[in-house]
Design a protein around this ligand. Structure first.
Ligand code: FSO
Ligand code: SF4
Length: 541
């Protein structure tokens, strides 16, 4: 196996024996095959569109589902992955028949999968290392990882009834282009930037879908303690799954708690009517081994956030949608279908209530609408000098010890700075007592990783209010943490919006070749991080 798609890859080079995430070589190979087959499908749909044919939305869903399933910590189930490969190749074959001219298609578009062994044999020749040139490989995979993140966001919008044909068309074309040997390094750099632009569209689409369905996030205090009734813990990012779970648990005597990236669900008005929507339990995804254990009840994983479960609580793990783990129960349900969570509810009733691991409250809900409602206050604080700088500390949390940097950095910030955050990175500092500035909390949590879009909207609005030409003239420092591929699309989207001088940590992606990293440094002034002390000095003097 060779996988280097996440920040925790071995030695910041690549996982070759077994993933740090727990992914085994066979699973990695099946994921390689799935991405390859999906690129082949993208080639055929792109050719079909070029000849004026329409492509069914079911095909778009197959593409986004496949990409989503290969995101870090999403799907560890070999049978599901192999089935998806076969389904994809069958779809490609069917669509290929509609092409006026099939000449010039790559092997990916002509592949007919076969049994598991045939899939694994092909996988060995089509992974990351199949591209010999360092820079071409780097850009192809940077784009592919960005597309995975984009697919996840498109999927979340789709379950809420919003999709954008143009976005699906772009995704499939870009996938196909990562197989195109005629594209030069500059062509691929352009495609990377286009991917970022499409990323902005995807995040705006999801923002509209979320706020359209559930209202605009508003300032909310979320309890982090526990009640005395049994509970179900829901993790991941899918708000539609949460909605169905809340509806079905109402009046059953079972409470619902959020974990990790589901925390921001509490900020949406639509979910506040559920008195059994209790609070948030625990921290970011990587703490789940202890926290799922002590939660005592069933846990629903709606998206990529799954760490291979310990035997002690594995029977309490339920997956849905693109998440999968062998031996864990899977709740079926396609887009638009009602999922049946009765098994989780019955299971919860037979479990003791969660064990308390902390007490208190955290405050969030500072997505663009809420911050803009406070704009007068914020602008006055900036004008009076009470707020000197904003620090965007969005992104991901992870296991790496070096991530204590972010806690120390937050603690060491000058008292006249405000942190803008989104994503699970917030757990490194959202329980510190950083106080407020004239009533404005010093940590403003916009929501999930996709709500980094909100932070960009806020920045663009502030630029307008202050009459600035360039978003980079704002008093904002970007110190972003990344872990998996959704963070890749968030980064590319920020670049597409013209944001420069982003510090990215705890390490730069292993999939950036020295030359590609140089392009990012030269065009966007991207940099890494050093120590909290040195960076604080460099950013704030
Ligand atoms: Fe991932 Fe990062 Fe959203 Fe976390 S991008 S790791 S689970 O912030 O949250 O999906
Ligand atoms: Fe390694 Fe990350 Fe790939 Fe898992 S997803 S195999 S940890 S690089």
């Amino acid at each position: 196996m060779f996988c280097y798609q996440c920040q925790e890859t071995v030695g910041n080079k690549g996982c070759t024996q077994m993933g740090v995430c727990g992914k085994k070589p066979r699973t990695a190979a099946l994921q390689d095959a799935l991405v390859y087959a999906t690129k082949g499908l993208g080639e055929v749909t792109t050719s079909l569109r070029a000849q004026g044919a329409a492509v069914d939305h079911a095909v778009d869903r197959l593409v986004t589902g496949n990409l989503f399933a290969t995101i870090t910590n999403a799907n560890f189930d070999d049978d599901i992955l192999a089935r998806r490969v076969r389904e994809t190749c069958a779809m490609t074959k069917k669509l290929r028949a509609g092409l006026a001219d099939a000449a010039g298609l790559t092997d990916a578009a002509l592949w007919e999968a076969g049994d598991d062994e045939a899939i694994l044999a092909r996988a060995a020749a089509v992974g990351v290392l199949a591209t010999p040139d360092d820079d071409v490989r780097s850009l192809r995979w940077l784009i592919t990882y960005g597309l995975k993140g984009m697919a996840a966001y498109a999927k979340h919008a789709d379950v809420l009834g919003r999709h954008d044909k143009g976005l699906d068309t772009f995704m499939q074309k870009a996938l196909a282009q990562t197989l195109d040997n005629s594209l030069s390094v500059p062509d691929l750099v352009n495609l990377t930037l286009e991917t970022g632009k499409a990323g902005v569209t995807a995040m705006a689409l999801l923002d509209a879908a979320n706020t359209g369905a559930y209202g605009h996030p508003e300032i909310t205090k979320v309890d982090i303690g526990v009640g005395n009734r049994p509970g179900i813990l829901i993790s991941g990012h899918d708000l539609r799954d949460l909605e169905m779970l809340l509806e079905q648990t109402e009046g059953t005597g079972v409470d619902v708690y959020t974990h990790g990236e589901m925390l921001p669900a509490h900020y949406y008005p639509a979910f506040k009517k559920y008195s059994h929507f209790k609070g948030n339990y625990g921290n970011a995804w990587w703490r789940q081994k202890e926290e799922f254990e002590s939660f005592n009840g069933p846990v629903l994983l709606t998206t990529n956030c799954l760490v291979p479960p310990k035997e002690s609580y594995k029977d309490r793990i339920y997956t849905t949608d693109i998440v999968g783990f062998p031996g864990c129960k899977h709740i079926p349900g396609e887009v638009g279908e009602r999922k049946d969570f009765s098994a989780l509810i019955a299971h919860a009733k037979a479990c003791p209530p969660p064990t308390e691991i902390e007490r208190g409250q955290i405050v969030g809900g500072f997505a663009h609408n809420q911050v803009l409602a406070l704009a007068d206050k914020v602008v006055a604080a900036v004008k009076s000098g009470a707020i000197k700088k904003f620090v965007v500390m969005a992104g991901c949390d992870g296991r790496a010890k070096s991530r204590s940097y972010y806690t120390e950095f937050a603690e060491g910030l000058p008292k006249d700075t405000v942190i803008l955050t989104a994503g699970c990175a917030k757990y490194r500092y959202n329980k510190l007592d950083l106080g407020d500035i004239g009533g404005i909390p010093r940590v403003l949590d916009a929501g999930q990783c996709n709500d980094s879009y909100s932070l960009a909207v806020i920045a663009l609005k502030l630029k307008e209010v202050f009459g600035l030409e360039d978003v980079n003239d704002l008093p904002i420092v970007y110190n972003i943490a990344w872990y998996e591929q959704k963070a890749v699309i968030v980064l590319l989207a920020l670049l597409a919006l013209g944001v420069k001088n982003i510090h990215l940590g705890p390490t730069l992606p292993a999939f950036l070749s020295p030359n590609v990293a140089k392009v990012l440094v030269e065009q966007f002034n991207i940099a890494g991080i050093t120590t909290p002390q040195d960076d604080l000095k460099a950013f704030f003097g």
